[in-house]
Design a protein around this ligand. Structure first.
Ligand code: NAG
Ligand code: NAG
Ligand code: NAG
Length: 447
């Protein structure tokens, strides 16, 4: 019997009362890269004194429940059930072979006690916190060196109560880099599904140095003016599949990264084999983004059936001098964009630097970007593609793109420099660097 049938069979037999069978069978669409495990052993946060009254601080309950899972090591792992109610807690670490299951109406809510928030070491590929030098605050829900972890349930909520952090950022009183909502470091076989993420202090979901990650049926919400609340940022990670999700935040919806400048170059860990499909959302920044931190390299990104509304930029590939690394074999297709400042932006001058020690000769290589079947209405500028003089962007292939602009008379619809590639059935007509289908070179196979 193949894996699909086994899954459906197990689902039918045993999991139906507890897990969402629909998502189990559908997992095949996310390349089936991570099996949805059924856990025989189940415990509830209330067994550890958890109180869901929105006031009691449940840190001890979470830490004890997870300590028990880690040390009893029940065969097949353990499911930690969070019943309906609001469970306030400080940050906590997950452990391997566990499912964090949020019932309908369950909310795991971060305390706003920023003073006692634990600090952890910076990521080696960043050399310091992303925002500020030194360490960084641990993510609200954290996993380091884990395998086989599932965060799921009946669309319960993980709420970062980020406002206090956003205000510290606005008032420049932050001491260290703000916490992500959920981070997995050096982890594998992770599923995040059927959960609502709200008000992250910083990035929402951050898998880093990890592989085999599935994120699906999630909703990620933060106000459009909340700073740096990226939706999902696969970072130096591979085999990541993001599907069937709605993301509306204050920064990029999905941004594929791999460290920055001299730290990312030295750590040399690419992101690869990233699938993004059926994602809908809004943001004043990018919809599908790569970079700007891409010093370890980013390759084999495939995005399709993306619906973007009220956006800054629909598709944004961004890098900078000093980044080094490469961005190659990136494909986006079937993208619908409505109300955006820019449809497409590929540029080599975006993002800041960790410090002044970056190597000005470390030029990124951008090659093999295929954008096809892109539709846009109310797009102010169709495209801006600006490579680097000493490292032109090559193999930029645009096909079947129709962006209806609402430009004022003198705004250029396309602007290009230091770029090579080809365009086929693109409207409005792209810049001359791309407008010819002669000499399509490596583009010809994409048309
Ligand atoms: C949680 O994990 C971090 C990083 O691995 C570690 O520094 C910290 O001590 C852990 N905290 C607890 C309470 O176990
Ligand atoms: C949870 O939300 C997803 C969409 O994000 C939806 O497809 C699914 O049916 C919901 N599940 C439940 C149990 O409500
Ligand atoms: C390019 O990426 C796609 C995934 O989008 C992958 O299937 C393909 O094998 C990659 N091509 C090369 C040459 O690596």
């Amino acid at each position: 019997m193949n894996r699909f049938l086994i899954s459906v069979f197990l689902c039918y037999l045993a999991i139906a009362p507890f897990l969402n069978c629909f998502s189990l069978a559908e997992l095949i669409t996310c390349s089936g890269i991570v099996p949805m495990r059924y856990r025989n052993d189940k415990i509830s946060i209330t067994d550890f004194g958890g109180v869901g009254d929105g006031k009691t601080v449940n840190t001890k309950a979470f830490r004890e429940a997870i300590y028990r899972i880690e040390h009893l090591r029940r065969r097949g792992g353990t499911l930690l059930y969070i019943p309906p109610g609001v469970y306030l807690t400080e940050s906590f670490n997950l452990t391997s072979y566990m499912t964090l299951y949020l019932a309908r109406g369950a909310v795991i809510k971060a305390t706003q006690n920023t003073l006692n928030w634990p600090l952890i070491a910076p990521l080696p590929s960043y050399g310091r916190g992303r925002e500020l030098p030194g360490g960084r605050y641990m993510s609200f829900i954290h996993g380091d060196g884990l395998r086989d972890v599932i965060i799921t349930g009946e669309n319960g909520t993980i709420d970062g109560q980020g406002e206090v952090w956003w205000n510290m950022w606005r008032q420049r009183t932050l001491q260290f880099t703000r916490p992500n909502l959920v981070e997995f470091i050096n982890s594998q076989n992770i599923i995040i599904s059927n959960v609502i993420f709200r008000n992250s202090p910083f990035w929402n979901i951050h898998p880093v140095y990890s592989r085999n990650i599935v994120v699906r049926y999630v909703t990620i919400l933060a106000p459009s003016d909340s700073p740096n609340t990226d939706g999902i940022d696969p970072d130096s990670s591979s085999e990541v599949c993001i599907e069937d999700s709605y993301i509306s935040t204050g920064d990029d919806l999905v941004a594929v990264k791999s460290g920055w400048d001299e730290y990312g170059i030295a750590y040399d860990r690419p992101s690869s084999d990233i699938t993004i499909r059926r994602v809908t959302g809004s943001s004043p920044f990018g919809g599908i983004a790569v970079g700007s931190e891409a010093s370890g390299g980013v390759q084999n990104v495939f995005a399709e059936h993306i619906n973007l509304f009220n956006m800054g930029t629909g598709i944004h590939i961004k890098t900078n001098i000093g980044r080094g690394g490469f961005i190659k074999n990136i494909t986006a297709s079937n993208v619908y964009i409505e109300n955006a400042r820019k449809g497409i932006k590929i540029s080599g001058d975006v993002g800041d630097h960790p410090d002044d020690n970056y190597n000005r000769n470390a030029l990124p290589v951008v090659h093999g970007i295929t954008l096809k079947d892109v539709w846009g209405v109310n797009v102010l500028q169709a495209g801006l593609i600006q490579g680097l003089r000493d490292s032109p962007f090559t193999g930029i292939c645009l096909s079947n793109i129709n962006l209806r602009t609402t430009t004022r008379p003198r705004t250029p619809t396309w602007k290009c420099s230091d770029v090579r590639g080809a365009a086929h059935q693109v409207s409005p007509l792209p810049c001359s660097e791309l407008s010819s289908v002669q000499n399509t070179g490596s583009c010809s196979t994409h048309f």
